[in-house]
Design a protein around this ligand. Structure first.
Ligand code: PXP
Length: 245
């Protein structure tokens, strides 16, 4: 039976820390708690504006983590140099706009192949598993395979914000995207906007190997604590992905 990996995104622990400019709460401490609660990996996004995770957090995560680190990054020269310098287990390339509140929409791999191909090649040569964060769009999936990515992370943000029939249609698009990506030899991840209520149908898609979840878990931790929030998410993913009751 498959067991979908859970990557916990700790960015918003740093968001809270940065609100007061001090050291608390420490995202590295949160990462250790997340691992103890069942996370298979830690995800962190070093944004160009350093609004949450900072360079020093990345260094400390690399030194302290006992599980793989998935570094989310824009395909800029600065971020490429940082990723090549620290060599995280995985690098997930995301589109980044200064004014956005979070990663809006997927990467336009099809339109940016000449720029992205060497970034994928350099990170891969450094030993990183390179993932491209894309909409579940067949053209973007084909382009991701064509430029040599090992992984695609399918953007579940649209799915998460819809309901009823529209959500079912978006789930069908994710399912078809996952099937196509796997057929092209890509490992399939998914994430963005996932919660206790909407995670199961995505976790149940047979090609999904990993889910990356952040904002909901850190928010839920306010009420129940980080360990129980992650434990509950872990249980829901396990039930959905292994078909157990
Ligand atoms: N995957 C990617 C590529 C992301 O950019 C994010 C948000 O940082 C997530 C997953 C997690 O999304 P959320 O915080 O909504 O769970």
């Amino acid at each position: 039976m498959s067991r979908v990996r859970l990557g916990v995104n700790i960015d918003h622990v740093a968001t809270i820390r940065n609100a007061r400019g001090g050291d608390h709460p420490d995202p590295v401490r949160a990462a250790a708690l997340a691992v103890a609660a069942g996370a298979d990996g830690i995800t962190a996004h070093l944004r160009e504006d350093r609004r949450h995770i900072r360079d020093d957090d990345l260094k400390r995560l690399m030194a302290a983590l006992t599980v793989p680190l998935n570094l989310e990054m824009a395909a800029t020269d600065e971020m490429l140099a940082i990723a090549l310098g620290c060599g995280p287990h995985a690098a997930c390339i995301v589109p980044e706009k200064r004014a956005e509140r979070t990663t809006e929409g997927g990467l336009d791999v099809l339109g940016q192949q000449p720029g992205l191909r060497p970034v994928v090649a350099q990170l891969t040569a450094r030993g990183c598993r390179v993932s491209l964060f894309i909409e579940p769009d067949p053209d973007q999936i084909e382009a991701s395979a064509a430029i040599g990515a090992a992984v695609v992370e399918l953007h579940t943000g649209r799915y998460a914000h819809l309901s009823g029939e529209a959500q079912a249609a978006e789930l069908a698009r994710l399912a078809a995207g996952a099937t196509l990506a796997a057929a092209r030899g890509l490992e399939v991840h998914a994430g963005h906007g996932l919660t206790f209520d909407n995670v199961a149908p995505v976790a149940a898609l047979p090609e999904i190997a990993e889910l990356n979840i952040g904002h909901f878990l850190i928010g839920e931790a306010v009420f129940t604590g980080l360990g129980p929030a992650i434990g509950e998410m872990r249980a829901r993913i396990d039930r959905a992905s292994t078909g157990s009751a």
